[in-house]
Structure formats: C-alpha cells, structure tokens
Design a protein around this ligand. Structure first.
Ligand code: CIR
Length: 276
C-alpha cells in the first residue's frame, strides 16, 4: 500500500461512474422549489463535468439513464466506496431508493458490495473521507443505523468513523458544507458547517481552509487538479494560492437541485490510494 506519513495517499480516482441527467430532472428534490430548472442546460453542464474528469485521466462509465427517477444523476448518494469495498446505501429520501439496483449491478463487476438493510438510511453526500477517517454526517438523510452500518464495514477495512450531527437547517449533507482538497486539508463554508465539524477536524490535526462561498464548499480533487464550481470564484483563487490547478465548471442547474460536484460521480480509487 502507498502510505504518506502513515496515511493512505489521496490520488485521482482510477474510474468513475456517472448517470445521465434524467428527462424528469426538473422535478428533482430541492429546497428552493421556485427555482426553475433547464434540463437541457443541466445536461450540457453535466457533460462538461464528465469531460473534466476524463481530462484528468479518470476512466468514465455512464450508468443507464433513469428518466423516471429525477435525482438519479446524484449518484454519489447511492454508495460509499473504499478500496475494493462498496457500501450500497438506502438513500434517506424514499423517492431516491429505486436508484440503487442499477448502481449495485455496475459496482458488483468491480467491487465487493455490502448492501445496507433494515432501517438504515445513508446518503453518500454525508461521507467525507480524510486519510483513515470517515466523517459521517447525521443529517436529514442519514440516520444512526445507516452510519453504524457503514462504520461496521469500514472498521473491518481499518477506517475510523466519526459522526457529525448536521442540522437540517444548516445543510442537506455534510459535504454540502465541506470537502477534501488534499491529504490533510478540508475546505469548509463556515456559513453551513456545524460547530462539531470544526472540533472533529481540529482534534485530528486536519487543516481547515474556510471559504466565504457556499458553492465553494464542495470541490473535487483529481490529483494536482481540483474541480470547482464556476459559482465560487473566490474559492478558485484560494485553491490556486494553495498550489492546486483549478478547473472551473459551471454547474448552476445542478446547484438548483441542491447538488454540487462530488455528488455527480461515484469514484473508484487507484490501488493503494484513496480518492475524494
Ligand atoms: C436530493 O435532494 O437528494 C438531490 N436533489 C440532491 C442530492 C445532492 N447530493 C449530494 O450532494 N451528494
């Protein structure tokens, strides 16, 4: 395995799965019901996102479209991947639970799939990995049984799990408020992040980079590059000064559906590394 100071090294993923924007995407779950969504524009933005991953050397696989499932493009919520293991979730929103069978089918060709059962609920957007720790948001979508199921599988794989309460009033998911930018640094939108997150990161010596932009909280590192929403220019500047090569992608129609960058793909790490 490839370790750096005892921590598994972050790298760009080897592969990523994504799912086309459904024709029903304008009916997706969202906090701002009044925001009108342009599905064709969302599709073009989604294609630009996929191109950014492809340009970074990630091998992409499109899952079959699911036009009857408006939120299907937010594929990150359906599984959590580490090493050769994948936890197939039961998403917290009932209307999204039919998204998982197709994902299970695709992942099972590459990974050992552990399917969540019973009352467990978890969205992948609530899971932030930093080194050997999984921070799991207990949000409106993820319950303690879901977090405990993940912790059980991840614990057998040698990962520590730390629960972070995420009040529904603060953010949809933990990673709506923060995301990884390098092996030891998390970018956080202070306006969205619960105090418990700051405490948990600080307790583990993980550095915090604060951004004033809510759309800057969710970024996607791909090796030396990092994908940033075009709606977060100050964040892009912060990340450039951090030494990263910024790739700005316009995901405005995805933001209207309460999504961002990590949520649009499910990523498989290169052997001996982990990915955001
Ligand atoms: C939902 O409410 O479930 C979708 N409209 C947005 C999910 C975004 N997922 C994510 O950030 N991981």
């Amino acid at each position: 395995m490839c370790y750096e100071q005892g921590i598994m090294k972050l790298d760009a993923p080897a592969k990523a799965f994504y799912r086309p924007v459904s024709s029903s995407y304008a009916s997706c779950l969202r906090t701002d019901a009044a925001a009108s969504i342009d599905v064709e524009l969302a599709r073009r933005q989604h294609a630009a996102y996929a191109e950014a991953l492809g340009n970074a050397g990630v091998e992409l696989t499109a899952l079959p479209a699911a036009d009857e499932l408006p939120d299907a493009c937010f594929v990150e919520d359906t599984a959590v991947i580490f090493g050769d293991e994948a936890v197939l979730t039961i998403p917290g929103a009932a209307s999204r639970q039919a998204e998982t069978p197709e994902v299970a089918h695709a992942l099972s060709c590459h990974l050992r799939v552990h399917a969540m059962t019973g009352a467990a609920r978890l969205d992948g957007g609530d899971v932030l990995r930093v080194g050997q720790t999984l921070f799991v948001g207990l949000s409106g979508r993820t319950n303690e049984a879901g977090a405990a199921f993940l912790a059980g599988v991840a614990g057998a794989f040698g990962l520590e799990t730390c629960y972070i309460p995420v009040p529904v009033s603060a953010a949809l998911h933990l990673k709506s408020a923060c995301s990884l930018i390098d092996n030891a640094t998390v970018i956080v939108a202070a306006a969205l992040a619960p105090a418990a997150l700051f405490r948990a990161l600080a307790a583990r010596g993980i550095k915090i980079l604060e951004t004033p932009e809510v759309h800057g909280a969710n970024v996607l590192p791909l090796g030396p590059r990092i994908v940033v929403s075009a709606a977060a220019p100050k964040t892009a500047q912060l990340l450039r000064s951090h030494g990263l090569q910024v790739v700005a992608v316009d995901v405005g129609e995805i933001h209207k559906g309460d999504g961002a960058l990590t949520c649009l793909s499910l990523r498989i790490p290169r052997p001996g590394t982990y990915c955001a």
